[in-house]
Design a protein around this ligand. Structure first.
Ligand code: NAI
Length: 329
């Protein structure tokens, strides 16, 4: 099987080249360019493509891939909101993903953001480097005894619930389906999450239903000036409403690993450029906001698992033994 990788970074090549030793039947080519309607044409002669979070798997791109003979799209990530599933099925392209490579990696980054923004590590680091040893402006809150509100208690949300329990927090959660392994969690409705949480952490997928789940109305329901953390998908939070909410002092702190319009930025070094939109710069103008660039997954263990499961997905497809839990369509 020949696979064309899109949006490949040096760390992807290292992880996949190591993994490939166990898959002699698979041949790969790495492209730096991401998948879009121009680069899709390069897939001619390949059985499969491998794409990532910012890759464009919309109908026009899938049409080109199908025309070039691609039968399989391997997503080396969990989220699949960038895939037009109807078009993939219509074009006979199977889409497989990596649903649970290392939920703890993402949950640990979520709590890192929460703690960092709470104890203002981003400001403390700079102050001490400037020989400013004063503590003014650095007051945080204790997490112990506070309430964590977790939205989405699948694999990552469940890991986050366990971490918050470890901090001695009361854990409440909202999900469409309750996770029976979380017997220490109290399930509540969304309004209760907004009203009672000191920390709100988002771990649901981006769907039509969760698009702008955090919006002007939900922010109005917030009562305890919580810390908000989003490591799920940018579209779950309405950025304009969030910016207004931060200005109105609704949040003690905000930690974002994902944000709307991150597409052009994710994993790119754009330090010499003038950015075409101002969401990140406006967010970073606030002293109580920390933004990272979609790095929650980025641990050695996660990269290893992503490579192993992606290659296993390719082998399963070729042998007619797809792991159905990894199927997007
Ligand atoms: P999962 O599928 O195990 O869990 C998702 C949970 O969200 C499920 O329990 C589901 O019932 C719940 N859910 C679905 N619709 C909901 C709604 N309307 N309201 C509340 N809950 C809802 O997925 P997993 O592995 O925990 O991942 C969650 C999300 O995290 C992914 O969809 C992805 O977008 C994001 N992610 C972010 C990464 C990063 O590097 N920042 C890396 C990996 C995933």
């Amino acid at each position: 099987m020949k696979i064309l990788f899109y949006d490949t970074k040096p760390y992807d090549e290292i992880a996949f080249n190591m993994g490939l030793k166990d898959y002699p039947e698979i041949e790969v080519e790495y492209l730096k360019a991401d998948l879009n309607k121009h680069t899709a044409k390069a897939a001619e002669g390949y059985d499969a493509i491998c794409a990532f979070v910012s890759s464009d798997l919309s109908a026009p791109v899938l049409d080109i891939l199908a025309e070039k003979g691609v039968r399989l799209a391997l997503l080396r990530c969990a989220g699949f909101n960038n895939v037009d599933r109807e078009s993939a099925s219509k074009n006979g392209i199977t889409v497989l993903r990596v649903p649970g490579y290392s939920p703890e990696a993402i949950a640990e980054h979520a709590i890192t953001l929460a703690l960092a923004v709470n104890r203002k590590l981003h400001r403390a680091y700079v102050k001490v480097r400037d020989n400013n040893f004063a503590l003014s402006g650095l007051t945080g809150i204790n997490f112990y005894g506070k309430t964590a509100g977790i939205v989405g208690t699948g694999k990552i949300g469940a890991a986050m619930c366990r971490i918050c329990q470890g901090f001695g927090m009361k854990v409440i959660a909202y999900d469409k389906y309750q996770n029976p392994s979380l017997d220490f969690v109290t399930y509540v409705d969304l309004d209760t999450i907004f009203a009672e949480s000191d920390l709100i952490s988002l771990h649901c997928p981006l769907t039509e239903e969760t698009y702008h789940l955090i919006n002007a109305d939900s922010i109005k329901k917030i009562q305890k000036r919580p810390i908000l953390v989003n490591t799920a998908r940018g579209g779950i939070v309405d950025s304009e409403a969030l910016i207004r909410g931060i200005r109105e002092l609704k949040f003690f702190g905000v930690g974002l690993d994902v944000y709307e319009e991150e597409g052009g930025n994710v994993f790119e070094n754009r330090e010499d450029e003038i950015l075409e939109h101002s969401i990140v710069s406006r967010l970073l103008s606030f002293p109580n906001v920390i933004v990272t660039s979609h790095q929650a997954f980025f641990t050695e263990e996660a990269l290893h698992e992503i490579s192993r499961i992606t290659l296993e997905n390719a082998r399963g497809f070729e042998n007619g033994a797809i792991n159905e839990g990894n199927r997007v369509c």
